[in-house]
Ligand binder design. Structure first.
Ligand SMILES: Cc1cc2nc3c(=O)[nH]c(=O)nc-3n(C[C@H](O)[C@H](O)[C@H](O)COP(=O)(O)OP(=O)(O)OC[C@H]3O[C@@H](n4cnc5c(N)ncnc54)[C@H](O)[C@@H]3O)c2cc1C
Length: 307
């Protein structure tokens, strides 16, 4: 759905924040008589009331902990082989003013990808897979208050940014991320009122699905894009009757943003006037996700610098 929206109207952000989506879904369930219990971690399936069906919105690792003793041995071994990918280091910001992008086109989008040349992006994204930390990480940044002022006090702004790091990394990437933002928005640091950092451990303790800080709920390599979590015509159904397991990022969720890029690139190619390379060297080099459209807010935008 996100891929379709990104293609047709732009990358959407919910008014009031992602909580608004959870609230809407909860209201929908309650309208059908459903009840919701929160703050109660489930450690074993026996803790749950008897039911015809169980839906576990969890990673394979957690499913094994909760219901492993109820699953056939062969299936268990297949789940055990499921691999997680790099983690993330995330920063949340309270800002006195919008980010002072060198290229004002970046103010027309809620999501900005800060990479550099294709080679720099490739190097930065390869590093965590080799257990390294990129000196110039590929930074995904969101600046929602430009389009949804309800998320901050009047006149103020929020933003968040993350980069990939090796799984379970405890390295503080604050300086590396902020250096990368400063590279494209000189004066950014002066606008920071407060910041909050989350490393891989903090991500996992916030949400147990983010194993080792992996927000994709499993390495999205070619094998695990198809076998997610196992190779099957019905990959979400466990062999145990009545038990359905819903990985938090079922196929093709981890790539929906990446998928949008080639789709948008095709549309960008319709006419040169549609294309905006929002970097210091406008149009100088190809960038990985050049999908910003003039006149449309909330597009994701990649910066192609000359340095
Ligand atoms: C910073 C960030 C950026 C992201 N960007 C993108 C993006 O650009 N594109 C994209 O497609 N995805 C992105 N994602 C991933 C996306 O947020 C997730 O795929 C999505 O939230 C999954 O939703 P879900 O409801 O299936 O699972 P979750 O949101 O993980 O919800 C599962 C719930 O189950 C709870 N839980 C876990 N274990 C237990 C237990 N044992 N007992 C009881 N409850 C338990 C958790 O606390 C959580 O509340 C991003 C994630 C983060 C953190």
């Amino acid at each position: 759905m996100l891929g379709a929206l990104g293609h047709v109207v732009g990358w959407p952000i919910p008014q009031g924040g992602a909580q608004a989506i959870a609230d809407a879904l909860a209201a929908c369930l309650r309208s059908y008589g459903g009840t919701i219990v929160t703050g109660r971690p489930v450690t074993h399936i026996d803790e749950l009331p008897t039911a015809h069906n169980y839906l576990f919105d969890l990673t394979p690792r957690q499913l094994l902990q909760i219901a492993g003793d109820r699953l056939p041995t062969g299936y268990r071994h297949r789940l055990e082989r499921f691999r997680h990918g790099p983690g993330v280091f995330k920063l949340d910001y309270a800002l006195a003013e919008p980010i002072p992008w060198a290229d004002s086109a970046c103010l027309r989008t809620a999501t900005v990808h800060l990479g550099g040349s294709l080679q720099q992006i490739a190097d930065a994204e390869r590093a965590p897979h080799l257990n390294n930390h990129a000196a110039r990480p590929y930074v995904l940044l969101a600046q929602p208050t430009l389009f949804d002022p309800t998320r901050a006090p009047a006149g103020m702004h929020v933003a968040w940014a993350y980069c990939h790091v090796p799984q379970y990394s405890t390295v503080d990437m604050t300086d590396a991320i902020e250096d990368q933002i400063e590279r494209f928005a000189p004066g950014f640091r002066e606008r920071i009122l407060a910041r909050s950092a989350m490393n891989c451990a903090a991500m996992e303790s916030w949400n147990a699905n983010l194993v080792g800080g992996d927000i994709s709920a499993g390495l999205p390599d070619w094998r695990q894009l198809i076998a997610r979590p196992v190779l099957s015509l019905r990959p979400q159904r466990t062999p145990r009757r009545g038990s359905i397991f819903v990985p938090p990022q079922p196929h093709p969720a981890p790539v929906c943003m990446a998928c949008a890029a080639p789709m948008q690139r095709r549309r960008c190619c319709v006419g040169p006037s549609l294309r905006v390379d929002a970097g210091a060297g406008v149009g100088a080099k190809p960038c990985l996700t050049p999908y910003l459209f003039p006149g449309r807010a909330r597009r994701a935008c990649s910066i192609t610098p000359t340095t």
